[in-house]
Design a protein around this ligand. Sequence first.
Ligand SMILES: Nc1nc(=O)c2c([nH]1)NC[C@@H]1CN(c3ccc(C(=O)N[C@@H](CCC(=O)O)C(=O)O)cc3)CN21
Ligand SMILES: CC(C)C(=O)C(=O)O
Ligand SMILES: [Mg+2]
Length: 276
Amino acid sequence: MYVQNANLPDRKPVTVPGLRAMKAQGQRITMLTAYDASFAWQLEAAGIDVALVGDSLGMVVQGHASTLPVTLDQMVYHTAAVARGLSATLLVADLPFMADRDVAHVLAAGARLVGEAGAAMVKIEGAAAHVLEGIAALTARAMPVCAHLGLTPQSVHRFGGFRIQGREQAAADQLVTDALAVQAAGAQLLVMEGVPVELGRRVTAAVEIPVIGIGAGPHCDGQVLVLHDMLGVTPGKRPKFSKDFLAGRDSVAAAIRAYADDVRSGAFPAPEHCFN
Ligand SMILES: Nc1nc(=O)c2c([nH]1)NC[C@@H]1CN(c3ccc(C(=O)N[C@@H](CCC(=O)O)C(=O)O)cc3)CN21
Ligand SMILES: CC(C)C(=O)C(=O)O
Ligand SMILES: [Mg+2]
């Protein structure tokens, strides 16, 4: 913790093996995005388990229409800022678009996000052959990997928009196969985004690693939201799966605590935040 004069809450550090134990014990995992030290500290103080420096910063911080313009330098800058606001919260950073172009780039990006900026884990989208290779290469160098499947925003042009994935049987079966493949490659956490409730349930049951859902239904081992969505400050339309937790509350701290409570109790996501 770098922030001066901070009143540190007494928390046990969240670790990668600790998340696996939470899945085994049926304790739901809470995760939110953060992009700067001040909001990172709000997550820390509220007892959120995992902070994600998402490339969604390209949309909610920079104002772009997609995550594609975000650069590795920008991810390193934001990850380092978030790291200074955290102590016990596990820090995950997204690999930006095209940082997965080959294993050398994946490792160079991982080294910057983990070694220079202070992430404990790096997140990489998809399960293509070159991505599986990247997951294995990072894992072999002791940089734990969070996989990301389903509505992977870096594939927005392939999908033709931010569309729910895995609605057809063949696509759903392929997503289960992909989840097993990223786990076999070494991934220790999996974000499932924008899939029907039943597929979120299937994937969560199929893998041993914890599955964190966003628009993937209530059966995942944990939930993640974009911070700006859950504070109701996203410019324009929020995704249907998000919820404004600041509405009716009087502080950012209260909103984040309510989110954590609702994820842990299973009250969030409700049916109106889910896809069938
Ligand atoms: N503010 C924000 N929140 C996010 O959750 C988020 C980002 N930005 N940027 C990166 C990606 C993009 N995401 C998005 C963005 C929009 C929808 C969306 O509008 N979905 C439609 C459903 C479309 C369908 O039914 O196929 C919706 O109504 O929610 C979904 C995911 C998720 N991530
Ligand atoms: C929405 C989450 C999972 C993400 O990847 C991001 O914020 O960039
Ligand atoms: Mg992302």
